[in-house]
Design a protein around this ligand. Structure first.
Ligand SMILES: Cc1ncc(COP(=O)(O)O)c(C=O)c1O
Length: 417
């Protein structure tokens, strides 16, 4: 990218994990333009459209087992809102109206609208709106670097972390819980935190035992970002509802989607017959045309595989550059979704003083050095801790990854001076 003075920037985070194909992709632009010349808009209250239908079919053909239906919206928060409302309506349709609670995790982010913000676990974002939000209760994230105890194996930790969900369901009353919502790989708030192996398997067992739905929010980590089309493929877990956005449109159009199981769809069809929700721009034909072209490139075009492959290169480059760095406590993530967690003291994992606003300073230094990356503060608990999130386009070359890592190293040095 170039600014108004001609200075160039390497986009190392695709904005916030959006630009999976990079900027200026001719195929996506051509698909949008062709659709614009055919039909620019069709209100889903009256009509469907060919691009919306083919996008839904395409997404389902790559979706986890049991996921059969797609509801196309205009972004991540809308997808999450639709998921929450669908989950509640499902409980009404199956005769369980007493179910009214959502459970999510601390240090998660699910969007900025009141329902999505209410389930999110990022305290500073929630605070001002707390009195007017849909309330949810929060369990701990599965965050091994900070929460796995000395002497505890990865498997033991995964089980302990997942069992918090069962404790919370029992505390609230199992007959009152609608759903548990989580990001398979936590994005903006904690920085590319994947769960310990076995965590989501246990989560699924707990949800099944108490009739609680499992909603996986893949708005940031989905669409090939972690090296598989859906991030949850790597957890071998079957969600009831999945939300996607960001990489689905690759930044070419604002688009998101909520996907649900055939069982949820059928219960509603047999019951009231319609999902009591809607927005004017559902299934927008031009957004769907763009997403069809993006998904085609990700799947048949081999870019999801490339995300996995180049992700390994990025991982090695980060390890080589920062593995011995005295202020890089953890290097983590999957595919083209990686993060560094910064610490004042590596031995004790002590974070920097939040008053230093380290993340903000890294962001500014990186811009000076011609790099766009996505640093954030409050990694540990919404206030303490800093990380830098990287989410480069899957088309990145090895040379561009080397450039990214080099510019990041310089920016860290500049910010830590
Ligand atoms: C996991 C997750 N869910 C939901 C959202 C909200 O998406 P949007 O900003 O498109 O409304 C985001 C945005 O960063 C996200 O990372």
């Amino acid at each position: 990218m170039f600014d108004s003075k001609g200075k160039s920037y390497l986009d190392g985070s695709g904005g916030a994990a959006v630009s999976c194909l990079g900027h200026g992709d001719g195929d996506v632009i051509a698909a949008m333009s062709a659709q614009m010349n055919k039909l620019e808009f069709a209100h889903t209250g009256f009509l469907t459209s060919e691009p919306a239908e083919s996008l839904a079919t395409r997404l389902v053909s790559h979706a986890p087992e049991g996921i059969e239906k797609v509801y196309i919206v205009s972004g991540g928060s809308e997808a999450v809102e639709a998921a929450l409302k669908l989950a509640r309506q499902y409980m009404l349709e199956i005769g369980q109206p007493e179910r009214k609670h959502f459970i999510s995790r601390r240090q998660s982010y699910h969007g900025n609208t009141l329902g999505a913000l209410g389930t999110g676990g990022n305290m500073w974002r929630r605070e001002p709106f707390d009195p007017v939000m849909v309330s949810a209760s929060h369990i701990a994230p599965c965050y091994a670097y900070r929460l796995q105890e000395d002497g505890e194996t990865g498997d033991e930790y995964a089980l302990r972390a997942a069992n918090e969900l069962e404790d919370e369901i029992l505390r609230l009353g199992p007959e009152t819980v609608i759903a548990f919502i989580a990001e398979p790989v936590v994005g903006a708030t904690a920085g590319a935190v994947a769960a310990a192996r076995g965590y989501f398997k246990r989560i699924r067992e707990i949800c099944d035992a108490y009739g609680v739905l499992l909603i996986l929010d893949e708005v940031m980590c989905g669409m090939g970002r972690t090296g598989t089309f859906f991030a949850c493929e790597q957890e071998n877990v079957r969600p009831d509802i999945v939300t996607i956005a960001k990489g689905l449109g690759g930044g070419y159009q604002p688009i998101g989607a909520m996907l649900c199981s055939g069982a949820i769809h059928d219960a509603i069809e047999r019951g009231s017959g319609f999902f009591q929700h809607g927005h004017t721009y559902l299934g927008h034909p031009i957004a769907c045309a763009a997403a069809n072209a993006v998904v085609q490139k990700l799947t048949q075009g081999g870019l999801v595989d490339r995300s996995a492959r180049m992700g390994h290169y990025l991982e090695s480059a980060l390890d080589a550059q920062f593995g011995q760095h005295s202020h890089v406590g953890d290097i983590r993530g999957r595919g083209m979704f990686r993060a560094l967690e910064l610490v004042k003291d590596k031995e004790t994992k002590t974070p920097f003083d939040p008053e230093l606003r380290l993340a903000k300073s890294i962001k500014a230094k990186a811009m000076d050095n011609g790099l766009i990356c996505y640093p954030n503060g409050g990694t540990i608990d919404g206030r303490n801790g800093d990380h830098v999130l990287l989410a480069p386009p899957y088309i990145c070359t090895e040379g561009q990854i080397d450039e990214l890592v080099g510019k990041l190293a310089k920016s860290l040095e500049d910010a830590l001076q």
